[in-house]
Unconditional design. Sequence first.
Length: 123
Amino acid sequence: MEKLLVLIGAALLIGFIVWWFFSKRDNQSTEATMSDDKQQAEVTVNGGYVPNTVVLKQGVPASLVFDRKDPSGCFNEVVFPDLGIHETLPVNEKFAVEIDTSKAGEYQYSCGMNMFHGKVVIK
Ligand SMILES: [Cu+2]
């Protein structure tokens, strides 16, 4: 009987982890806010990129403002390989990265070590 309870507990735990992982981690999508023919979105850097997906309008000048709270060296750099962007992020300071929105598509970015990932969707 006790084993069964442990088994049920473990199954519930796994279910919860899977649910948490998929609902929280993968559905964090945000649209940029427009002002004066520009668009901007803020990404908090704290153990990952939150939200990890930002949707931008094609053809509108865009900046992604990284708000780095995580001092870990992992987040020293942010790299957008397809956009040719490689920047150093200051800690506890907002840093804007200009994004070229002339071409639609999905552009991945990551920390300097390619461990944490985020995405910009231009459409
Ligand atoms: Cu890293």
